[in-house]
Design a protein around this ligand. Sequence first.
Ligand code: DGL
Length: 267
Amino acid sequence: MEVRNSPIGVFDSGLGGLTVVKQIKKLLPKENIVYFGDTARLPYGSKSNETVRKYSLEIARFLEKKGVKLIVVACNTSSSVALDLLSQEISVPVIGVVKPACKKAVSVTKSGNIGVIGTRATMNSGAYKDTISSMNSKIKVIQKECPLFVPLVEEGMTDGEIVEMVVRYYLESLRGEIDTLILGCTHYPIIKHVIAKYVDGDVRIIDSSVEVAREVHELLKREGILSKGETAREDAFYVSDFPQRFEEMAKLFTGENLKRVGKIYLE
Ligand code: DGL
């Protein structure tokens, strides 16, 4: 099979990475996806770098064996701590979500004050801060870990008083201090409307799933491996646990019903 007809591999600690799948499919409807969500071992955001690296490499090897032409690390935590390792170990190009989001944020900020929110592991890694500094050392980056956002979204709580309270609790210190805010976690686009309302209309919100989809397009074009949609393939979705729950929750993340989610054990 020609490389351009091979699928794109996308992985995440769970189903949050479907926000990335949604943006890739929107921009590149002719591409096929093989998705892996590590639902048995999530969350990654509260695990050590060593563990996240080990899990990420196992998944990337699984996708490599599936014959993907590119791997997109949809998980911000994995992108923050495991991208270098994966790029070394895996034979196909590997793209993470951190750099594309930083590039966009640096290009749009006017005040030079950028906020970044994400899981504890992502914030501890300093990946966003370091990447922004390497692009423009004058920019001030204010980080804030928001560990309760993921469980709220996983519970389907995407509106209402509780979410608004938690958003206020975490983002109070950023309010008025920034003109750009990076959503550095797969789950945060789902509560973007609540976040946007709280931080005010003047703050530009950067959704890393949108930015990484653009990067995927650029890379495939550059390498001459954009699919022309010549083969009638279907997207494939795998998880390490609870395929049924994944199917149910997928609607929240993609707006579509996913069928036939397979369960895979990784070693
Ligand atoms: N996918 C993770 C991320 O983007 C959030 C969920 C988790 O902690 O595993 O950082």
